[in-house]
Design a protein around this ligand. Sequence first.
Ligand SMILES: [Zn+2]
Length: 371
Amino acid sequence: MKWSLTIARAFGIRIRVHFTFLLLMLWVVVEERAAAGWGAAAWGVAFIVATFTCVLLHELGHSVVAQRFGVKVSSITLLPIGGVAALRSIPQKPAHEIAITVAGPLVNVLIFAGLYVIYCWAPDRVPYFPGLVLIPGLPMDWGGLIGVLLLVNKWMIAFNLIPAYPMDGGRLLRAILARWLPYTRATAIATTIGQVIAGIFIMYGLCKEGWTLLAVIGVLIFLAAGAEGKASRLRGTLQDVEVGKIMTPVFVTVGPDSTVDDCAPWIFQRGQDDFPVVADGRLLGLLTRDAVLEAAQRDGSRRAAELMTTDFCRTRPDAQVAGVYDVMQTSGQRTVPVMDGDQLVGLLTLDNINRYFMFRSSGAARKSAQA
Ligand SMILES: [Zn+2]
C-alpha cells in the first residue's frame, strides 16, 4: 500500500503504518491538548496505540496461522479503520481459510480474557461497560484505559462476526459455502450479502446521531466487496487457463549494458512496460517502467544492469494463470517472465490478463467456439 511506513518486522512480516494513521494521532494530540492539556493528550495517544496493538495482534493471528498452511504474508498495514494483512496467495482448502479467519477474532477473545482478569483484580479502578455501547470518551488513567480496551475488543469480536464480506464473518461464510458450492459462486453470494449489510450500515449511520463512523465503514465495506466480487469473477474466468495460451510471445529484451535513453522510447513505441534483461540467452533481471522513468529524469546514461530488479516471480507456460494473477495482485509485479527451462519464451502481463477477461466476457469466445 502506498504512503505507508515500515515500523517493525515480526515473523518475517513487515509491519507498516499508513500515514493517515499518523494524522489521526496528531489530531488526537491537538484536540485533547486544547481541551484538557498535555496529560489528556498523552492518555489519548496511549489509547490509540493500545487499540492498534489489539488490531495488529488480530492481524498477526490471521497471518501466523496462514504461514502454517504455507501461505506467505508479505506485510500488515495499519489504517485508521483497522488493519490489512497482505497474503501473497489464497488458501486453497476451505478448511484452511476457516482456520485462518477464526484466528483473528480468537486473538481478541484472548486479549479480552486477559483484560477481564485485571478488571476482576481491581474492579474499583477499572470501569466495565456492559453490552455494546459507544466508546464513552478517551480514558484519563490506566483503569479507564483498561475499561475502554475491554469495550474495544468486544466491538472487534462483534464486528468480525457480522457476515459482511470482506470482514472476517463474511470470509467465514464464504469458506463454509465453498464446501458445497464452487468458489466463485460462494464469493458472489458472500459479497452480495456484504453489500446489503453495508447498505444497512450506511443508512443507519446517516440517520442515527453519533453513528457517522458506521456509515463510513459501510461505504468501505461496499467498495471492498464490489472489488472482491470482480476479482473473483476474473479468477473464475482464468480457471484452467494456461499461461502459454495468453502470454505475449513477441517482446523486446535489453542487454545489461543498454542505457535508460535506449530503453525509454520502447515504452511508447512498442507498448511494453517492463523489459527482461538478457545476456547470452540467460535472464538476468527485470527492468521496470517505473525504474526507467525515474532514471530518465536524472541520468539517461545509467545501465540496465544497475537499475534492474532481480527479486521477481517467474512462471512456466503450463502454469495456471489464476495462481500467477494472485501473485501479481499482491506483489504489484505487472510483468511475469515465462520460462521454458532456462529459456525465456514469453511475458505474461496484467494487460494480457485484462484483455483475455474482456474477450471472454464479451461473448466473442462463445461465438468462436461455436464456429
Ligand atoms: Zn480479521
